[in-house]
Ligand binder design. Sequence first.
Ligand code: CA
Length: 434
Amino acid sequence: MTYEINETHDPDLKSWVESANDPNTDFPIQNLPFCRYISKFDGPWTTGVVIGDYVLDIFPAREMGIISKFPDLWGDGNKDIFAPTAEIRKELVDFLRADNLDAPKITEEKPGLIVPVSDVKFSPLFDVIRNYTDFYCSIYHATNVGSMFRPDNPLLPNYKYVPIGYHGRASSIVISGTDIKRPHGQNRTDQEAPPVFIPCKSLDYEMEVGFFVGQGNELGTSIPIGEAEKHIFGLCLVNDWSARDIQAWEYQPLGPFLAKNFATTISPFVVTMEALAPFRTPAFEREEGDPAPLDYLADDNNEKFGGIDINLEVFIQTEKMRGENIEPFLLSRSNMKDLYWTIGQMLTHHASGGCNLQTGDLIATGTISGKEKSERGSMLELSWRGTEPIELPNGETRRFLEDGDEIIMKGYCEREGFRRIGFGECRGRILPAE
Ligand code: CA
């Protein structure tokens, strides 16, 4: 079970990698997220696990017997193999723990086994993300957006039955730190005139969490809800950049298209389901009178542990703020446990008609907003479609994103009796349209 808590979650575990013992690090020995990286000095691309301010290359680790298995996710023929992230985690903890006195010496003798994060560049964990799907699982986000367009009837009748989603664009997924060019598109803000093709005027971000499919399913088969999480490799942060003016004009009747496909930013570190075990929560508590999930989306374990308590924060730093050395400003704070549907339900629903999910597919939750105003996960909601401008500490205001603005997303898990773990950052800066 991916909810199992074991000795790898012991909060007193320390590592001989000193920076992993800093109480503020996102990457203590209890986390060990996977990433793909290349040395800034020479190649090739490889796969590693982050510990403190370092990254450990799993290929020499395998050669040296530090780990006995790969997360064998790259290539064909692995369809029956679930990613052995639990085994790798135990072996890596044994190697990295502070009382393994031989390890620092082994490391010295093998240059490249452990390198500083500052010496590498990251890319998405799966070099080819074949498919990207985006859900719409925050009932607070759906209600906020719905009430801007349909004040009397914000939530459509399907919402509490179907995890709503759309197929996104995988080719434009970029790694944190990549600049985002403001897109052009059709704008029909003036209802009296025909649309015009101009740079987007209402550029926005969406605070989301994504998960990667580890093992897929054959075309024509489905994934029972009780098995869903075994197919999930781990989670990362996602910014689903959105062009609201383009979206408003193009979205009917088939949903978002160019408003969403110009860029999606992900954080490089994929936190495994095992690392998240201490932070599981019950699934969303539905209001009285809400329908129960249909049978294929219902499961006792999902009810008890399907949610995940991940604190999510969004910051903005404008060009002017950077010039004045003003720290990024906190726009919102929300939590993944407030999603109406769990990741298990998203995955099971996705495959329920026989759609074959594939290793490396990215599935995102949709904007994660909470009940409160301070928990709104997009600028569309924070500025209420631009009608309530956001005031920044240096006197600037924002209705939507302007050129030079940088959005920084962070995520972390905290619970009494356990070590805090984090997701690192997901950041991107807006460049002017061409
Ligand atoms: Ca979205």
